[in-house]
Design a protein. Structure first.
Length: 485
């Protein structure tokens, strides 16, 4: 079952986030996730998830476009775009003879990077190629999360109550990968993510988020920054309101659904995240088949179209005013002390240290969830520019277990999403010109075969001079009584 989700901030006012500080007791519990064996019955159209009842026949209500009332932020969820079908024979050589061409060159009329052709399987074949079982999670089998109703800042570093203020020791322990681990991963307060956790949704919506789905496509709009882009030929978004967002910065709030989708959707196999400025134009099953299943990967993200070195990315962020320079310098200096080096060919087959993080394609298994949890913790601790912390988290995990990320070309990403302008740029643009009025002239009469003589009109001669006034008479010298001839 495919689910499309957008977390859209519809009312741009934040409720105050209060915490009861009277109790000094620190309560820590665990939210656990395990690799649940997934099976697909080949003899029928039903899909079952071990330990759960069959959910494939659930009908999702129609899109809710407007929300009234006090501070509300809703998530968008559309109905499934594809019915469950019998798996068909996949044509394995469909893209075998596909020659990958370079992206078209820029021209005077169109600047910047361009999309390049991508060979997708037909939708029915892409659906049929979905793996019957979840991928193996390297080393890590059981991942649990810290729950603390009264998080306290112990060290003098940035962070938030939503993230739980993990210490540097806890940060280092989160990279000591074992079969069972407990880590910070946001939502440290409340009984479960979305319920009194600082990123809250309605109870009815929580029930929807906890249902099983094969695939979800998610996006978010926080603050008055972007306009929701409806996908093409893939149903419509369904909006779900989010209350009590933990950050005053809309960009940080956007990192919660972007990196912690597995916390909001605990029973989902695959997710495709797209930024709010993007419009999806290719079927999600085709995207998953191309960038995950065909590559035998469980996490995919596009590399930056221009930069591949973290140091260059940091300087570009400072030059563009993306964040204050001192905080960026502090983050880079911290990573240098941990051994961060400029990118070089020695890291091959890793092709880049800088992602274009507006699209994330992920299978929800413990090792990928660990990666996005630690990535979120870096964003919570340092700047909200997730491109700066991506390679540090990736390399730390890859140094401990046999795991990698599929970093595909940015021109391939531009093949299945179309980027729109931010709201602030749209407001500066002149309104579109009104359509020109089309004046239709009468058609000329057809010429008759018989010639007709038309009566000629008498030509009227026009007199020169002043019509109602007397002519000028020639004056001759002499008396006034003399006549002129």
């Amino acid at each position: 079952m495919l689910l499309l989700v957008v977390l859209a901030l519809l009312v741009f006012v934040f409720n105050s986030f209060t915490v009861n500080k009277e109790s000094s007791n620190v309560i820590i519990t665990q939210h656990s996730e395990n690799v649940i064996p997934y099976r697909k019955d080949r003899s029928s159209s039903s899909i079952t998830f071990a330990g759960m009842e069959d959910k494939h026949d659930i009908k999702i209500p129609s899109t809710e476009n407007t929300v009234k009332g006090n501070v509300k932020h809703r998530i968008l969820i559309p109905s499934p775009s594809h019915p469950l079908i019998q798996p068909s024979t996949v044509v394995r050589d469909h893209c075998e003879n596909f020659a990958f061409p370079p992206p078209p060159p820029t021209d005077r009329k169109r600047y910047g990077p361009r999309p390049c052709p991508v060979c997708y399987l037909p939708v029915e074949q892409a659906i049929a190629s979905m793996p019957s079982f979840s991928s193996e999670s390297s080393v890590l089998r059981n991942l649990t999360y810290v729950y603390d109703e009264n998080p306290i800042r112990i060290e003098s570093h940035r962070g938030s109550e939503f993230g739980g203020f993990p210490t540097l020791k806890q940060r280092n322990d989160s990279y000591d990968i074992k079969e069972s681990m407990m880590i910070h991963c946001g939502f440290v307060k409340g009984s479960k993510p979305g319920h009194q956790s600082g990123f809250d949704v309605d109870e009815a919506d929580l029930m929807e988020l906890e249902m099983f789905h094969d695939i979800i496509v998610a996006s978010a709009v926080f603050g008055n920054y972007d306009i929701i882009q409806q996908p093409k030929n893939i149903r419509l978004w369904r909006i779900i309101v989010v209350r009590n967002v933990p950050y005053s910065d809309a960009r940080r709030n956007g990192k919660i659904p972007k990196l912690l989708l597995h916390r909001l959707f605990p029973n989902v196999r695959y997710s495709v995240w797209i930024d709010g400025k993007l419009r999806l134009v290719v079927d999600p099953y085709q995207i998953l088949e191309r960038f995950l299943w065909r590559q035998n990967a469980n996490f995919a993200i596009s590399r930056h179209y221009k930069r591949y070195d973290v140091f260059e990315e940091a300087e570009a962020n400072k030059a563009a005013g993306k964040y204050d320079n001192s905080t960026i310098n502090e983050q880079i200096d911290f990573y240098i002390k941990e051994g961060l080096q400029p990118y070089s060919e020695a890291k091959f087959p890793i092709t880049s240290d800088v992602p274009e993080g507006c699209v994330i394609i992920k299978e929800h298994i413990p090792i990928t969830n660990l990666f996005t949890c630690n990535w979120f913790n870096e964003v919570d601790r340092f700047t909200s520019r997730d491109q700066l912390s991506f390679s540090t988290v990736r390399d730390k995990i890859m140094g401990k277990v046999n795991w990698s990320i599929n970093m595909f070309l940015d021109c391939e990403r531009r093949n299945f999403v179309i980027q729109a302008y931010h709201r602030e740029l749209l407001e500066l643009m002149p309104p579109p010109r009104p359509p020109r009025a089309v004046i239709r002239l009468p058609l000329p009469l057809p010429q008759s075969t018989t010639s007709l003589k038309t009566p000629t009109r008498k030509k009227i001669s026009l007199k020169r001079g002043r019509g109602d006034k007397k002519r000028h008479r020639k004056v001759v010298g002499g008396s006034r009584d003399s006549k002129s001839f």
